[in-house]
Design a protein around this ligand. Structure first.
Ligand SMILES: [Zn+2]
Ligand SMILES: [Zn+2]
Length: 268
């Protein structure tokens, strides 16, 4: 299996996964024109995707969904609630007919080609929100973004993952002292907002298992975080739990506006 991040953060989230047979996106929050260029650079066709999975109906996750559904006829997978949220969102140009949709039930896996994709509940202030577990052969990849707080479900998914994309949205001090108005700070910090560097680190420290190979920190805030600060905070908390970052598992920070390298995900 291969993984590429095409964008991560409030200006657009989009994650690509493929095997020799199957290719999917999780979220399509990068504009269609930019996406077209990224696909060309990867030697892929946007219309060649087998499915687009959506986590939730915030603009930074769904900007290009109508292009995939209407122009390329690619089935969109999400919960029925998220779909209704999308239909009310002005960031989405064009209506998406219900026939293009495949509605998901949380915890019930679906098969797309040789991938099994299972949505699970994530607390966030959207109409509804899910994370995804993607399984292929003996590999388990989990994506958990836009997370107000860690729940037992999320802890279980972290414990299951060999490869994990996890939100590290903000540094708590930067957010508190930063320029955001009080209501927005409150929203971000709430248990339906976003995960801080510290909360992401604690979740990892307590629930990662030796089966975890690689973690990518995602959805970093431009105003309230910094890639090196996120890395330092997470690494020092892991070390305080006796975990050696880089040795026990790799940690990388996903860039906000540029695609990552193409990562090969292997069983060992
Ligand atoms: Zn969101
Ligand atoms: Zn978001």
């Amino acid at each position: 299996m291969k993984f590429v991040s095409l964008g991560s953060g409030s200006s657009g989230n989009c994650y690509f996964l493929c095997t020799a047979q199957t290719s999917i996106l999780i979220d399509a929050g990068v504009g269609a024109r930019t996406m077209r260029r990224y696909f060309r650079d990867l030697g892929m066709q946007m219309g060649g995707l087998d499915a687009v999975f959506i986590t939730h109906d915030h603009a930074d996750h769904i900007k290009a969904v109508a292009t995939f559904a209407n122009e390329f006829n690619i089935p969109l997978y999400t919960t029925e609630k998220v779909y209704h949220g999308i239909t009310r969102n002005y960031a989405v140009s064009g209506r998406i007919a219900p026939e293009k949709m495949r509605f998901l039930q949380k915890t019930v896996g679906v098969t797309v080609g040789d991938l099994t994709v299972t949505p699970f509940e994530v607390p966030h202030d959207s109409t509804d929100c899910v994370g995804y577990r993607v399984e292929h052969g003996g590999i388990t990849f989990c994506l958990i973004t836009d997370v107000g707080h860690a729940t037992p479900t999320i802890e279980q998914e972290v414990a299951r993952a060999n490869y994990l994309v996890l939100e590290a949205n903000h540094d708590e001090d930067m957010l508190n002292m930063g320029p955001y108005p009080a209501y927005l700070k409150g929203r971000i910090k709430s248990d339906k907002g976003h995960l801080s560097n510290k909360s992401a680190a604690t979740l990892l420290a307590k629930h990662a298992t030796p089966a975890l190979h690689h973690v990518w920190l995602c959805h970093l805030s431009e105003e309230n975080n910094h890639p090196e600060l996120a890395r330092k905070t997470v690494e020092s908390i892991l070390q305080s739990y006796g975990i050696q970052p880089g040795t026990d598992f790799k940690i990388e920070i996903l860039k906000r506006k540029t695609p990552s390298e193409v990562y090969e995900l292997n069983e060992n």
